[in-house]
Design a protein around this ligand. Structure first.
Ligand code: RP5
Length: 161
């Protein structure tokens, strides 16, 4: 059973979304990876999102760039939480992706992360926070992850000249 689905609009999104996969793996959250383009594969998008509940996918993380309709259209077809990651596009540096994802109409929410790798990482952590509401062991792993991050920041001070 995959608790999380990482959905991308294109294989070209994978270098960014690998950061999502890495953190989900570290937190021992089972996930699947799919390439489903909102524009090139609209029927697949609809059936995937409509089956998310029966497939026991709890959270969908969707990375897309440019005219990034993927997260919004997934959210339009499911009530599972959708977390959108704006991919850093070449032409407009991801501002296009960000605005496409964040400006959802009332009634169909998408949780929108930062542009690029920071957003991809935070999407995994946001999904973990949602899943941890019902999973004490995961909550502990998430707490440990944060503690290790804090420790690295504290220790980084030693690198100052
Ligand atoms: C979007 O268009 C994808 O999410 C990708 O970020 C962007 C460009 O896709 P490719 O032309 O690289 O396949 O749908």
């Amino acid at each position: 059973m995959n608790q999380v689905a990482i959905v991308m609009g294109s294989i070209s999104d994978w270098p960014t979304m690998q950061s999502t996969a890495a953190i989900l793996t570290e937190l021992q959250i089972p996930f699947c990876k799919r390439i489903i383009s909102a524009h090139r594969m609209p029927q697949t998008l609809q059936s995937f999102a409509q089956q998310a509940i029966t497939e026991q996918i709890d959270v969908i993380i969707a990375g897309a760039g440019g005219a990034a309709h993927l997260p919004g259209m997934l959210a339009a077809n499911t009530t599972r939480p959708v977390i959108g990651v704006p991919i850093e596009s070449h032409a407009l540096h991801g501002i296009d992706s960000l605005l496409s994802i964040v400006q959802m109409p009332a009634g169909v929410p998408v949780s929108t992360m930062a542009i690029g790798t920071a957003g991809a990482k935070n999407a995994a952590l946001q999904a973990a926070s949602i899943l941890a509401l019902q999973d004490r062991a995961l909550q502990q792993r998430l707490t440990d992850y944060r503690a290790a991050q804090t420790q690295r920041s504290v220790e980084s001070e030693a690198q100052l000249d």
